[in-house]
Design a protein around this ligand. Structure first.
Ligand code: HXC
Length: 259
């Protein structure tokens, strides 16, 4: 499949990489890009060879937000009916394999929200995160007011949403928004290393781990722990559990068949 707003490739036959590619607009997220992104993610999710997905942008921008030029003319009716902007933003939440955001440069507005929809964020040292929508008369519209406080706490989330200030990579890591920072030159390598590690494990266990961590944001502790326990129990029905434990005990590398 050929795309106009993203580039798609596979590394080592097991990691799917999606690169946002609207450089002249700092990867501003328009409907066409989001539709292509959703399709590419769904294709990787459905490909049994792919064990992990990386979403990235350019050195200057992961994405500077939803496309303001496209949005400026929309009416309430346009956006409420769901034909524009938000209609194709939910796809990423349906992806069951891990998605790593490799963020360099600006991740603002919808760009920050898109990164937060991924399972974790690896940031280059030049990354800048922000929810500056207030400056253009709106508020975050793809989960920024919900995911940011869960990631960095109320005070910083309010600060960012109300003052529009950007957080640099160091502050973002300290606050828990990103999991690792690396020099820009090492970003692709670091993300690929993490993705290859994940892809080397049992896909079923990986999907279960993702599902269970995500459950922490949707339920109380007792329900979440019970959900985790039942998934843990269920993994004893997989061949990969037998293989993984036998490989440990016989001191060999496991050969996971994702069964
Ligand atoms: C459309 C954008 C854009 C955006 C940048 N550009 N961000 N176009 N939508 N979100 C374009 C600029 O118009 C410019 O085009 C080119 O990219 C380079 O940007 P500059 O502003 O010249 O670069 P610079 O001075 O380095 O400033 C970078 C920046 C600034 C700080 C990132 O561009 C900026 O503030 N952008 C807007 C950020 C923002 O408000 N994002 C939130 C959007 S609302 P030309 O043609 O002039 O060269 C949102 C809601 C999400 O995201 C809702 C989701 C459902």
């Amino acid at each position: 499949m050929s795309y106009e707003n993203i580039e798609v490739r596979i590394e080592a036959e097991k990691v799917g990489i999606v690169t946002l590619n609207r450089p002249k607009a700092l990867n501003a997220l328009n409907d066409a890009l989001m539709t292509e992104l959703g399709q590419a993610l769904k294709d990787f999710d459905a490909d049994p060879a792919i064990g992990c997905i990386i979403l990235t942008g350019s050195e200057r921008a992961f994405a500077a937000g939803a496309d303001i030029a496209a949005m400026a003319k929309y009416s309430f009716q346009d956006v409420y009916k769901g034909e524009y902007i938000t209609r194709n933003w939910e796809t990423i939440r349906q992806i069951r394999k891990p998605v790593i955001a490799a963020v360099s440069g600006f991740a603002l507005g919808g760009g920050c929200e898109l990164a937060m929809m991924c399972d974790f964020i690896i940031a280059a040292d030049n990354a800048k995160f922000g929810q500056p929508e207030i400056k253009i008369g709106v508020i975050p519209g793809a989960g920024g007011t919900q995911r940011l406080p869960r990631a960095v706490g109320k005070s910083k989330a309010m600060d960012m949403a109300l003052t529009a200030r950007m957080m640099d990579a160091t502050e973002a890591e300290r606050a828990g928004l990103v999991s690792r920072i690396v020099p820009y030159e090492k970003l692709a390598e670091e993300a690929l290393g993490a993705a290859l590690t994940i892809a080397s494990f049992s896909q079923i266990a990986v999907m279960a781990a993702k599902e269970s961590v995500n459950r922490a944001f949707e339920s109380g502790l007792s329900d979440g722990v019970m959900f985790e326990r039942r998934l843990f129990h269920a993994l004893f029905a997989t061949a990969d559990q037998k293989e993984g434990m036998d490989a440990f005990l016989t001191k060999r590398t496991p050969d996971f068949r994702h069964q």
